[in-house]
Write a protein that binds this ligand. Structure first.
Ligand SMILES: Nc1nc2c(c(=O)[nH]1)N[C@H]1C(S)=C(S)[C@@H](COP(=O)(O)OP(=O)(O)OC[C@H]3O[C@@H](n4cnc5c(=O)[nH]c(N)nc54)[C@H](O)[C@@H]3O)O[C@H]1N2
Ligand SMILES: Nc1nc2c(c(=O)[nH]1)N[C@H]1C(S)=C(S)[C@@H](COP(=O)(O)OP(=O)(O)OC[C@H]3O[C@@H](n4cnc5c(=O)[nH]c(N)nc54)[C@H](O)[C@@H]3O)O[C@H]1N2
Ligand code: SF4
Ligand SMILES: [Mo]
Length: 692
């Protein structure tokens, strides 16, 4: 049996795995114990089950075209020609209109595939309408941390977490969603570290904090700015902040201080529905820490105030000098195994690879030269983002859309609206499985999975690691980078034809300063990958950012963030029609829209169907028993699902995992956007529950 070293395709931790291959089939997964591994020799349950979906009977194996409402198998030549002709026709019919075509790229695909997809959009379709699920995930991190520090990435590395003596975890269910990062938090606690968990639900970390003398804050969803300002109010009022750090390395402190002094801990406690003494204990612990690490994820980002939430976490860490040192930092845990990479490689409507701005004429000139295209032919404006692309489809402004490795019919907010939008356009989907999105397509390209191609993924700690081909593409599938190349060629552009991802990597090195030194050969020669920025081939890469107060933007910027309640579900306002607050998120056992995890027998068996968590108090009041079928509704739609009566949510709060297409949480969610980051408010909306 052969074993192939590669990178896990589920979450952003970046665990290294061996795929065991026998007779051309991946038959097992094993953790890497004999070398570098962010999982330190371990895998979580999804990692152990990694091989299970690869050979599922339900893999798409042939290109499909919808004829008379039914999918028919066709040759690659026919499928590619059909798509290319349709895209060309749309361009010819709408000369000069750069908003009629769009591409969704994919955090499930490799760096090389994301690079070619954004290049295809910009060089062939001539539009910056290219985006991906980071927009639903950490768009507010990218915007918020860039405004505060000058770089939108996780500041510190995973190895540092266990050395922090205080950890503030907020809006990250780390043990379930990044299990092997959760383990590092536990290591800090076992060394005597203080764990502060600020989360509206009771999660595994809550229990750990309780058991080890930590601090638990159960705030209402959408109130984090009030909470963080309350904490910082106490720190400043009691002169506990790091004045030396603030004076030397930061700017705009006075304006920020004026805002924060308005939110006393007592006021914050009232807005957040928590105890004032817990806010004060958290403030003291953070201010007195030698090294405090702040860890967050979707509970902070997925709000109409997501960017302000992120800026507030940055304010707190600057205030106490917890930046640019070992064991500190603002650490947004990136979700998909390659969402960091998809952002880095320019699968965003506003930037080329390496965050070079599309509105910058010099950056456009540089790309035009590398790509061999006419700079005057390029889109000069920021393109549309994920939710805006769907809105444009709904409004009839968008005519054609290529979705590579995303499933917006389950993952985007307000699915009824998404369906109408997708039905309006010429839709092309590249996926490994038939999905609710693919069902609506005019053409489906069957893609090879991560086990069937070479490439690289970038993990949450900015670490680029190799993905190695373990088996030949299944059936008639092709790797996404090859499919993009075929489409480009059929649209008369030869600059996307490569014989191996290594050639794409060479081009990435040229086009992308932060990846310039991350060459294929270097990655191949080492076990631990390389962390960007890595600007030349002699650079060892970068473990943590903003060292010794040298912020990427010059000075660290204190942003002024007044508390703004969520658009629906404001805890201070009674909504008699929809009295409950709905939050959505994830489970340990499933991944996103379930396409992969629900085809994995081990994972599917643990949680085969969707449900909604409801508090014991609310269930008793409504006479609902555990497991009972109920109707949940919001202003957007209704869903029938099972009640799970639990202590994990407090009275008034309900929580739904969004993994299950037949009980889709996103029928209910609110598509309102953060004005800066354009991320939807997945984490809070008003809802009601009715007995059937
Ligand atoms: N098993 C599994 N692992 C995954 C994924 C998966 O689908 N399944 N997805 C991956 C991806 S792409 C991502 S982005 C990450 C996401 O990882 P997480 O962000 O950890 O996951 P979520 O369940 O979305 O929500 C996180 C926490 O936010 C809390 N929360 C809700 N509202 C608020 C609020 O207003 N404020 C605060 N402070 N907290 C709030 C929730 O109670 C929950 O504990 O996970 C990655 N890992
Ligand atoms: N209500 C609610 N909604 C949410 C969230 C939430 O917390 N609550 N979280 C949001 C977040 S953080 C995220 S990241 C998004 C995720 O949203 P999506 O990215 O839409 O969800 P996935 O299920 O990861 O979709 C990936 C698709 O890629 C396919 N795929 C896998 N490997 C390959 C490959 O190699 N090639 C190709 N072409 N396809 C492949 C999979 O089969 C799947 O259909 O969901 C968002 N939606
Ligand atoms: S923690 Fe994430 S990367 Fe590691 S095995 Fe689990 S899903 Fe894979
Ligand atoms: Mo995500």
């Amino acid at each position: 049996m052969e074993k192939v070293l590669t990178t896990c395709v589920y979450c952003g931790t970046g665990c290294q795995v061996y795929l065991k291959v026998q007779n051309g089939k991946v038959v097992d997964t094993k953790p890497v114990r004999d070398g570098f591994n962010p999982g330190k020799g371990k895998l979580c349950i999804k990692g152990w089950a990694l091989h299970e979906f690869i050979h599922s009977d339900e893999r798409l194996t042939d290109p499909l075209i919808k004829k008379n409402g039914k999918f028919e198998k066709v040759s690659w030549d026919e499928a590619i020609k059909y798509c290319a002709d349709n895209f060309k026709e749309i361009m010819n019919e709408n000369p000069g209109n750069r908003r009629v075509l769009a591409c969704l790229s994919s955090a499930k695909c490799t760096n090389e595939e994301n690079y070619v997809m954004q290049k295809f959009s910009r060089a062939v379709l001539k539009t910056n309408n290219v985006d991906h699920c980071a927009r639903l995930c950490h768009a507010s991190t990218v915007a918020g941390l860039a405004a505060s520090f000058g770089s939108g990435a996780m500041t510190n590395s995973l190895d540092e977490i266990s050395d922090a003596d205080v950890i503030y975890v907020t809006g990250s269910n780390t043990n379930e969603q990044h299990p092997l990062i959760g383990k590092r938090i536990l290591e800090s606690v076992h060394k005597g570290g203080t764990l502060i968990v600020a989360d509206p639900r009771t999660i595994p970390l809550t229990e750990i904090a309780k058991d080890h003398g930590g601090i638990v804050i159960n705030q209402w969803p959408g109130t984090d700015v009030a909470l963080l300002n309350g904490i910082m109010n106490y720190i400043i009022s009691n002169d506990l902040h790091d004045k030396d750090f603030v004076d030397k390395y930061c700017e705009n402190f006075e304006a920020f201080k004026e805002e924060v002094l308005k939110m006393t801990p007592a006021m914050a406690a009232d807005i957040c529905g928590v105890k004032e003494k817990d806010i004060i204990s958290a403030a003291k612990a953070i201010a007195n820490a030698k090294a405090c690490s702040l860890i967050y994820s979707m509970g902070i980002t997925q709000h109409t105030t997501g960017t302000d939430n992120v800026k507030s976490t940055a304010n707190l860490q600057m205030l106490c000098g917890n930046i640019g040192k070992w064991g500190t930092g603002v650490n947004p845990l990136r979700g998909q195994q390659n969402v960091q990479g998809a952002c880095d490689l320019g699968a965003l409507s506003n930037v080329f690879s390496g965050y070079q701005k599309v509105v910058d004429p010099e950056a456009r000139k540089k790309m035009a030269d590398i790509w061999g295209i006419d700079v005057d032919d390029m889109d000069t404006e920021v393109g549309r983002t994920v939710v805006e692309i769907i809105n444009d489809a709904y409004d009839g402004k968008l005519k054609g859309l290529w979705v590579m490795g995303e499933n917006p019919m389950v993952s985007d907010p307000d699915i009824n609206h998404v369906r109408k939008g997708l039905e309006n356009v010429f839709l092309v989907v590249s996926d490994i499985f038939m999905t609710p999105t693919a069902e609506l397509a005019d053409v489906i390209f069957p893609a090879a999975s991560f086990a069937e191609t070479d490439g690289t993924f970038t993990s949450t700690e900015r670490r680029i690691q190799l993905v190695r081909k373990a088996i030949e593409p299944i059936g008639n599938t092709k790797p996404d980078w090859e499919i993009v190349g075929l489409m480009a060629k059929a649209m008369d552009y030869n600059g996307l034809t490569y014989s191996h991802p290594k050639e794409i990597e060479d081009e990435i090195n040229k086009a992308t300063p932060i990846y310039a030194g991350i060459t294929w050969d270097r990655l191949n020669a080492r076990r631990d990958g390389l962390q960007w920025p890595c600007r030349d081939i002699d650079s060892p890469g970068t473990v943590f950012l903003h060292k010794d107060g040298a912020f990427a933007r010059g000075k660290g910027h204190f942003n002024v963030c007044p508390y703004i309640p969520p658009k629906e579900g404001d805890p201070q306002v009674d909504d008699p029609e929809y009295p409950l607050v709905l939050s959505t998120g994830r489970l340990l056992w499933h991944f996103h829209t379930g396409t992969m995890s629900r085809r994995s027998p081990t994972l599917h068996a643990r949680v085969p169907e969707g449900y909604i968590e409801i508090s014991i108090e609310d269930a008793n009041e409504m006479g609902i028993i555990d497991g009972e079928k109920i109707k949940v509704s919001s202003r957007r739609g209704e869903v029938i699902t099972k009640a799970k009566v639990t202590h994990r949510v407090r009275k008034g709060l309900i929580f739904m995992p969004f993994h299950f297409k037949e009980a889709a949480a996103n029928i209910l969610t609110n598509p309102v956007l953060d004005p800066i980051a354009k991320i939807p408010e997945f984490k809070v909306c008003s809802a009601k529950i009715e007995k059937l």
